[in-house]
Write a protein that binds this ligand. Structure first.
Ligand code: 4AD
Ligand code: MG
Length: 480
């Protein structure tokens, strides 16, 4: 018999049918003549209740079944009398696929802390919370490809190993096959990368943008969706050393077109989750509300998860310049009362998450897009404004998250780009191919990067970025 997924069993109202299901036992309850097993196979957050008539023959099998065991059950579907479920399965045949010793199995049916679950990341998929998070993560991956495909964008696979530092921030992981205990040196006494695998120094990419630009300057509208790596030594709830980024890049788009696309995309993705991940979101919403009860009144969310998602779908984002935001922040109550860790005094300050969240959560009370940042705090490739001080950057700021998207219109003028590269001491010989696109048929173009885990944090309402990627990579941590 072919196995049926539990999600389909629970949806069907075709009672009295004999079917086969398989999954992992969440709980087992035995009363006198009957045993109830809650079975989950990951196809839905809901468990299927298995009802087993207890007799001496079955008792022997039941003795082997505990929380965490995997079983196969053949039985008849019956309309459930219990509340909260539609269908249950009356077992005809029960088989244990794999036992789980209750003295050793760490996931008992009780509430475990997220910190503890991170230590058993190989098993945490089996909890309601992580089941919900990773089903939503999948749905968002699909929705991103669907959004761009429906608009005629092409997905480009940018390289993971590169020889350039796209963001110029120098937070790269080296890639080498050189023997670190015995490095070859050149005449100047420096490490001789000519002897390395690629004949030059290489690293894991921090962004696929530069390569996406090359493709956009031929295919018009493209996007990448791949892993990126940053050796930022920041142990925060918002940073990963390995994270996924979506980077659309569009020829003939100015910064306004860029903002329109970012806003449309984010609203599309959040709406997709609301329409397609309802049960998982309802679970996470309730989970977050319970979690909030342990917090002091003034730190609690004003909105529940689903309300917040609906709010983002239904309200236009606020758009203003860095300079306007800077004035708001400088004159704000928390700044005057010295509540910010980083006081807002001098124009040019790089905005911190506390500033971004003030603007979004307290001042505008909706998502915000900031543009035209000081050039000193932004990457070399951004289009320079005529004021000589600012660039056509755009950051999208979200409640709970802060910056969820960073992007810009790109500098398409060869001379200006070259000047900036030199000003910032970026080795020109590493950038010759990037510069050539400005020599041959250059056009105005724009793009941005959406941090995939930042998006998943927002949609799931989880608070730590380590809990929205299956196997987080952070300083001093690469287990699993
Ligand atoms: O603002 P960032 O650094 O932009 C770029 O990399 C550009 N090349 C994008 C582009 O224009 N094509 O990063 C973009 C987003 C951030 O807004 C944030 O959501 C996420 O990537 N991000 C991180 N997420 C997790 N861990 C980290 N260490 C992150 N650094 C950035
Ligand atoms: Mg940024």
């Amino acid at each position: 018999m072919k196995r049926v997924k539990i999600v389909d069993v629970l949806k069907s109202e075709d009672y009295g049918k004999e079917i086969l299901v398989m999954g992992w036992v969440r709980t087992k309850r035995v009363s006198k003549n009957v045993c109830f097993i809650a079975l989950n196979d990951g196809s839905t957050i809901n468990n299927l209740q298995i009802v087993v008539d207890v007799n001496p023959e079955v008792e022997e099998i039941l003795a082997k079944i505990h929380t965490g065991a995997s079983i196969a059950v053949t039985g008849n579907t019956v309309e459930s009398m219990g509340s909260g479920q539609s269908t249950e399965l009356h077992s005809l045949n029960l088989e244990v696929l794999g036992q789980a010793n209750p003295d050793e199995y760490p996931l008992q049916p009780k509430r475990h802390s997220l910190e503890f679950l991170r230590e058993i990341a190989h098993l945490r998929f089996r909890t309601n919370t992580f089941g919900a998070v990773f089903r939503i993560r999948h749905a968002m991956t699909y929705a991103i490809h669907k959004f761009f495909n429906d608009k005629g964008f092409y997905n480009i696979h940018s390289p993971i190993i590169t020889g350039s530092d796209a963001e110029g921030a120098g937070q790269m992981f080296h890639v080498t096959t050189l023997d670190l205990e015995n490095l070859p040196h050149n005449e100047e006494g420096k490490v001789d990368y000519e002897e390395d695998f690629f004949g030059k120094a290489t690293n894991l990419t921090v962004s696929g943008q530069l390569e996406a630009e090359l493709a956009a300057l031929a295919l018009s509208e493209v996007y990448t969706f791949g892993p990126t790596f940053r050796a930022e030594n920041s142990n925060t709830a918002r940073h990963l050393a390995e994270f996924w980024m979506i980077e659309p890049e569009m020829a003939f788009y100015d910064i306004h077109d860029n903002m329109d696309l970012a806003e449309e995309m984010l609203q599309y993705l959040v709406k997709y989750a609301l329409d397609n991940c309802r049960e998982d979101l309802e679970f996470l919403d309730k989970r977050r509300t319970d979690e909030q009860k342990n917090k002091p009144q003034n730190e609690r969310d004003e909105m529940g998860l689903i309300d917040r998602l609906e709010f983002v779908v239904n309200n236009k984002f606020e758009r203003l310049t860095y300079t306007e935001a800077f004035d708001i922040l400088r004159n704000s109550k928390p700044n005057k009362k010295k509540k910010f860790v980083f006081p807002v005094e001098e124009w040019g300050l790089d905005l911190q998450s506390e500033h971004e969240r003030f603007l979004v959560e307290k001042h505008f009370k909706k998502p915000v897009i900031l543009t035209d940042y000081p050039k000193e705090i932004k990457a070399f490739y951004m289009k320079q404004n005529d004021d000589g001080k600012t660039v056509r950057a755009m950051d999208v700021l979200f409640p709970q998250i802060g910056e969820i998207i960073g992007g810009s219109q790109r500098e398409e003028n060869y001379e200006k780009l070259l000047n900036r590269i030199n000003e910032m001491n970026i080795p020109q010989e590493e950038m010759w191919w990037f510069l050539e696109t400005r020599k041959f048929g250059t056009v105005p173009h724009s793009g941005y990067g959406l941090g995939f885990e930042s998006l998943i944090l927002f949609v799931t309402g989880m608070s730590n970025i380590r809990d929205v990627i299956p196997f987080p990579r952070t300083p001093k941590n690469a287990e699993f």
